[in-house]
Design a protein around this ligand. Sequence first.
Ligand SMILES: CC(C)(COP(=O)(O)OP(=O)(O)OC[C@H]1O[C@@H](n2cnc3c(N)ncnc32)[C@H](O)[C@@H]1OP(=O)(O)O)[C@@H](O)C(=O)NCCC(=O)NCCS
Length: 149
Amino acid sequence: MTYQLRCGDLADIESVYRLNRESFAEYWSRESLFSALESGYDLLLCENEHGIAVAYLLSMTILDEIQIMQISVSPDNRRQGLASRMTEALIAASPDACSMTLEVRASNAAARALYAGLGFEETGLRKRYYSPDANGYREDAVLMTRKLC
Ligand SMILES: CC(C)(COP(=O)(O)OP(=O)(O)OC[C@H]1O[C@@H](n2cnc3c(N)ncnc32)[C@H](O)[C@@H]1OP(=O)(O)O)[C@@H](O)C(=O)NCCC(=O)NCCS
């Protein structure tokens, strides 16, 4: 299977909505995705050879800091290097950036392994950061940073 990366925009909302529902229990609504893109978030899409979106990376750049807001790879397309490829492509397209940061659920071992492998370091912990689950439990967020300059 071959994959292509391209920048996305508001016309890709439906694909992003589908992919974010596949990956996150607390997925964003179409309206939230729309507002994010309208307010300046950047979208990188990954499509398979049939032109179907299989992954995306949503980010926000403030001055010289890139924040990864969401990264999602469709379950059937995982462990093929797509999240790594999108992250490195975003860095390559941002020569003036000095750091890349993100928050990840403490229990998200796959994502933490991904980022550690990409050279991110754990630089903070936000206690009880996420919304409560059905039992009232609020998970911590681990802050991860990769220095780029
Ligand atoms: C986390 C996620 C984005 C990884 O995407 P991916 O395209 O499968 O990641 P890659 O193929 O680039 O993986 C690179 C490395 O990360 C690590 N990794 C990725 N998934 C892993 C898993 N399930 N378990 C352990 N390590 C994992 C491995 O070291 C992997 O290298 P390897 O396959 O050679 O062993 C994907 O599993 C996903 O969409 N999960 C749901 C959404 C999510 O959690 N997003 C992140 C929120 S911060």
